[in-house]
Ligand binder design. Structure first.
Ligand code: ATP
Ligand code: MG
Length: 631
């Protein structure tokens, strides 16, 4: 495959080329795609104005690059394999040819319902094939999709509809999640009481849950597709036309409507997918994310399908019907690349090895993680018991705003180190700055992670509020994109993400990432998960407050707390010993599985009067428990 880096020296060479001659580097990669008209200029950018453009004046449609481009070569290859929540239900395979047909057909449904180029379309759907079909159909006609995770509340949904003034909602009657069937359309109905812009709602029948259909507004997906044919000529898009809006997960505050455009996003998601996962022609790839997150956009749908890969979409949850479900699916489809989140690994690790041992897992070649720092214990468990010691782990660092993977090993090429995202992808230029914006050169440094030069899939704006984009990402350090994350570059030049800068704790002048301390705490055999925050401390400036989920068997709380402190003391040193340890039954998490540390920080600071936006919390009930048990 073109532009696939095959060994470590080729990686270094590609990296050098990308720095020495950025335009030629990206042009060669972009040339592999189908453009109705090629670009006049590769890139233009002004970070002070947060203005970035790639493949300027290029004309294309991203779905022609996913569908038409592959029809004559791999038309009969499975594009999407869908595994239902219930393993007894039949799965669905869509070949590239079938996907082409379904996307064209639904594109015609959108057109028939007056959806036009530039209109915003909300997709609020479970993990069913129609979710991917809907995304691609939007891209086909040039409308802008905004996928909202189907577990979000009606308020969160209404906020997003209002923010982007969407015209139509694509949804389902319900959602099967483990042993539960959850209403989805009913949430849309509630949300629409708080919105004014939605003209139509198209509903996929999935669970057969009774729903109310409002005449003139609500339509069934199956009725609509029956009325149209599947011949559709893709809309011609400018390289910089909007492809989608995706709201960030909201771990740090009000969600931001991150805007991605067409040409650069296409080039970068394909390039990064192929290289990070080292995808080969007949491989079966599975990413367990939800399409409601950027990972689902770039690495379930766009990156793999642009590459002509077979991508699995899984409707269910890791623990249903048993905690062996992931591994059962890996064996069933002979998955070669498996990509998941540390939170899922830790959750499955807590069940021990019994759910793992019945499965062979011998098809696996590459394992991946994304979303948060992976603690070393989970890394080793994943490496030893899932990868059987033979699969490289790609710890991929990136963000909704970056569109694609930025810092990561290339599977099998880059030597890995637990907890390290290792090296930047070609074209990505990370810099580390201190609090005053001074660039820290050389190795063995720690600071704030910025990116100094534009890359194709970067954020273009925050929808409807360009100032917010400027002030959030481009104002902290002049002339640079600021990621908000703390990072260390070790003696080998490897990058280790330390967590968000807001989460870096300064104890008596020593700066520490919360991830480092959590990592140490998690080494204690009785610890299941932990979260660490700083709080004001009279003497040290900041003290360390640890919230820990433990297996209490055979221990008292007091013993455990002392043992946890001793573990941290041994691994990092006395400076990192938590001042306070609170044993909890759960941690407040976003629906993408990330710990909402700002809530824990408020509790540690003893300021619980205003906890901010908690609409994206998965388990609001643990917040009360944590407040009651606070020290
Ligand atoms: P919000 O921006 O609304 O607070 P969020 O930052 O959680 O939400 P995402 O864009 O999904 O939303 O997450 C990106 C963040 O996730 C990164 O900035 C980083 O903090 C963390 N992250 C992602 N991948 C990794 C990784 N491999 N290692 C460490 N941290 C990671
Ligand atoms: Mg973020």
């Amino acid at each position: 495959m073109l532009s696939k880096v095959e060994n470590l020296s080729e990686y270094f060479l590609a990296y050098e080329k990308s720095v020495a001659n950025t335009d030629t580097f990206w042009e060669r990669i972009a040339n592999q795609f189908y453009w109705r008209k090629k670009w006049d200029k590769v890139v233009e950018s002004d970070f002070e104005e947060a203005k970035v453009e790639w493949f300027i004046n290029g004309k294309l449609n991203i779905t022609e690059n996913i569908l038409e481009r592959h029809l004559f070569t791999i038309g009969d290859k499975p594009a999407i394999i869908w595994e239902p929540n219930d393993p007894k239900e039949a799965n669905v395979t869509l070949t590239y040819r079938q996907l082409h047909e379904k996307v064209c057909q639904f594109a015609n449904v959108l057109l028939k319902n007056q959806v036009k180029k530039g209109d915003r379309v909300i997709i609020y759907m479970p993990m069913i094939p129609e979710a991917a079909i809907a995304m691609l159909a939007c891209a086909r006609i040039g409308s802008v999709h905004s996928v909202v995770f189907a577990g979000f509340s009606s308020t969160a949904l209404a906020d997003r509809i209002n923010n982007c003034e969407a015209k139509i909602v694509l949804t389902s009657d319900g959602n099967f999640r483990g042993s539960k069937s959850i209403g989805v359309k009913s949430v849309v109905d509630e949300a629409l009481e708080k919105t004014k812009t939605i003209e139509k709602v198209i509903v996929v029948e999935r669970t057969k849950t009774p729903v109310t259909m409002k005449a003139g507004r609500d339509l069934w997906w199956h009725d609509e597709v029956a009325k149209v044919d599947s011949i559709n000529k893709a809309e011609e898009m400018d390289s910089e036309d909007m492809l989608f809006i995706l709201y960030t997960s909201g771990s740090t505050g009000q969600p931001k409507g991150v805007v991605h455009t067409t040409g650069g996003y296409m080039v970068y998601t394909q390039y990064s997918f192929q290289n990070v996962f080292q995808y080969n022609t007949d491989d079966v790839y599975w990413c367990t994310a939800d399409v409601g997150w950027i990972t689902g956009h770039s690495y379930i749908v766009y990156g793999p399908l642009l590459t002509g890969a077979t991508t699995i979409m899984f409707e269910g949850v890791p623990t249903y019907p048993t905690p062996g479900r992931f591994w059962e699916i890996v064996d069933k489809y002979k998955v070669n690349q498996f990509y998941t989140a540390p939170t899922a690994i830790r959750a499955l690790q807590a069940f021990g090895l019994d759910p793992v041992t019945p499965y062979k897992l011998d098809s696996l070649k590459v394992l991946g993680t994304v979303g948060e720092p992976i603690n070393e214990e989970a890394w080793h468990w994943y490496h030893d018991h899932i990868g059987k010691g033979k699969c490289p782990i790609v710890d991929t660092w990136w963000q909704t705003e970056t569109g694609g993977i930025m810092i990561s090993p290339l599977a099998g090429l880059t030597p890995t180190k637990p907890g390290y995202a290792t090296l930047p992808l070609p074209g990505i230029r990370p810099v580390i700055v201190d609090a005053d914006g001074k660039i820290l050169k050389g190795n063995g440094v720690k600071g704030n992670l910025c990116i100094s030069h534009p890359w194709p899939s970067m954020i273009r704006t925050t929808y409807g509020d360009h100032e917010r984009c400027k002030s959030t990402y481009f104002s902290t350090y002049k002339g640079m994109y600021f990621t908000g994350d703390g990072v260390k570059r070790d003696e080998d030049g490897y990058y280790r993400i330390l967590g968000r800068v807001d989460d870096v704790i300064n104890v008596s002048g020593h700066r520490m990432g919360t991830a480092e301390v959590e990592n140490a705490i998690n080494e204690h055999p009785k610890v299941i998960e932990s979260a660490v925050v700083g709080y004001p401390h009279d003497i040290k400036g900041q003290g360390i407050y640890a919230y820990v989920i433990c297996d209490m068997e055979g221990r008292t709380e007091e013993n455990l707390k002392e043992e946890i402190r001793a573990t941290v003391n041994k691994i990092i040193g006395p400076i990192a010993k938590p001042d306070k340890v609170q044993i909890v039954s759960g941690l407040p998490k976003t629906r993408s599985g990330k710990i909402m540390r700002r809530i824990l920080r408020k509790v540690a600071e003893n300021d619980t009067s205003n906890l901010g936006d908690t609409s994206t919390l998965l388990n609001p009930e643990v917040v009360d428990e944590i407040i009651k048990g606070a020290q």
